[in-house]
Design a binder for this molecule. Structure first.
Ligand code: SF4
Length: 229
């Protein structure tokens, strides 16, 4: 029986909702700054079963929990399980948010009518995504397909997120990504955090002035670009 990572309450993982967070371990990317590399091991040891998640959502949680954020790892790697979870939570009258790295647009398309809110990472320009997956020439096209799927939805149903890790993102990358945005697309730039990660800060963490410059560039493309701490 599958175990999940589970956070009972969160005020920051689903805009406008008090949510629970369900973590599905396992990812097809290898971002150097990943904070979830040990997720599989920790879920194996301390993860919870779905019946316990449902029990929480039905009982104490249901009094104030209004949504569930399904995150990873990368949830779209497990289409049958993901589809089941989305249907289950929707049947409980909860709003559902899906976090994704955009590598499976087929899954996004399948869930367009069920998932209430999508958050997709934009890790660099599509042409450089091969750096994240040990080379896959077509991944850039796949990511572009996912970007356009989200952009086809009303703006209140999706957001893009970009971690300002200098290995993958600089001012030029932000400028290139900006060209995909609508004028009112929500696009959050996030500082790269190094807690518990063995990396040299100078390789990945931008100086504040450059972070602000990236935000200024992003704002040229959408009024809803901002820095998320
Ligand atoms: S896509 Fe997310 S979970 Fe996967 S390696 Fe990158 S940061 Fe980690």
């Amino acid at each position: 029986m599958r175990r999940y990572g589970f956070l009972k309450h969160s005020l920051v993982d689903y805009p406008g909702e008090v949510c629970s967070v369900v973590f599905m371990p396992g990812c097809n990317f290898h971002c150097a700054y990943c904070h979830n590399k040990n997720l599989s091991a920790s879920v194996r040891e301390t993860g919870v079963f779905l019946k316990d998640i449902v029990s929480h959502l039905k009982d104490a949680g249901r009094r104030f929990i209004t949504g569930v954020c399904i995150t990873g790892g990368e949830p779209t790697l497990y289409p049958e399980t993901l589809s089941y979870l989305v249907s289950l939570f929707k049947e409980m009258n909860l709003k559902v948010k899906l976090d994704t790295n955009g590598s499976h647009p087929d899954q996004i398309r399948l869930l367009l009518d069920q998932v209430d809110y999508f958050a997709m990472d934009l890790k660099t320009v599509p042409s450089r995504y091969a750096e994240l997956v040990n080379a896959c020439d077509t991944l850039g096209d796949t990511i572009e397909t996912s970007i356009h799927l989200l952009l086809s939805m009303p703006i209140h149903r999706y957001e893009f997120r970009t971690t300002l890790s200098w290995q993958y993102v600089d001012e030029h990358v932000v400028d290139t990504l900006g060209k995909y945005m609508h004028r009112d697309t929500y696009w959050y730039l996030q500082k790269c955090r190094l807690e518990n990660i063995k990396m040299d800060a100078k390789d990945v963490v931008a100086e504040h002035a450059r972070i602000l410059h990236c935000c200024q560039i992003a704002k040229r493309y959408t009024q809803h670009a901002c820095l998320r701490e």
